[in-house]
Design a protein around this ligand. Sequence first.
Ligand code: CA
Ligand code: CA
Ligand code: CA
Length: 280
Amino acid sequence: MKDCFLNATLSVLGLGLAFLAPPCRAGLPQPMCIIYGQALDGYGLPYRAGADVILFHGTSEIARQTINGSLAPGVNFALYVHLDDGRGAKPYSPRAVRTGDSVSIVVRDKDGVKTIMESQLVPPVGLPGDLLLLNVTAGQDTDGDGLSDLWEWEIIAWSNGALHNLWEVNGDDDFDGDHMSNRQEYQAGTFAFLDYDALLIEELIPAANGRLRLTFLSVPGITYSVRCATGLSESAWQPCAFSLSDAGAFQTVPVEGPGNWMSLYVPLQEPMCFYHLIAE
Ligand SMILES: [Ca+2]
Ligand SMILES: [Ca+2]
Ligand SMILES: [Ca+2]
């Protein structure tokens, strides 16, 4: 801006220096674009600490988030992308990029820098003010089934020789026979090779104010919500409002698990209702 103003001023003054002055060199800052989401380790569990999510433009680091718990339920990183308006010969800052630029994401944890399974899904830099959601997993998915290699190798190791490679681990199978598929256990953060580890409503009892209390063992960083139905057909299931205490306000937005026993309260419905606990 300053250079442009100087050019114009010198031209108006007729000093004949406008052609000698440098051209507009840099663009101008725009409102930032934010890429945010949940970063998972190689076993599909949300990082709680000890990891950085790093955004690169080419080989230049342009943003970084050191993970320290959650920023919001189901969100442990937010990368603030400095955005240039693209009108100058170069961005206003070495960290600034332009709308449409390609970027990449890596995760650095205690074991070093790791590529993410979703590297092909990283969107180009958005418009000023854009919020771009992208959950990332620090690991590899060699067979392309959405389950990380490390996690699949754990099942193989527990299979007593029944499974031999990644392609034999099927997300729709229920390896440990606990009625949760392998993929459901991956999403819920439970062990898919232990039948006593599963997402279960361990207690369902009446509570005050016409509510039912659902109690379950939560996994840190995993988010939970409730669906309910008066019948068991797939189309009957609807989001169910829940509260965090027997007198609390109802919500449908998923709530994050603290990593120990957790209770959600739902309205007691007559004459009969089924409840389904959802982990994401
Ligand atoms: Ca896989
Ligand atoms: Ca299972
Ligand atoms: Ca299990």
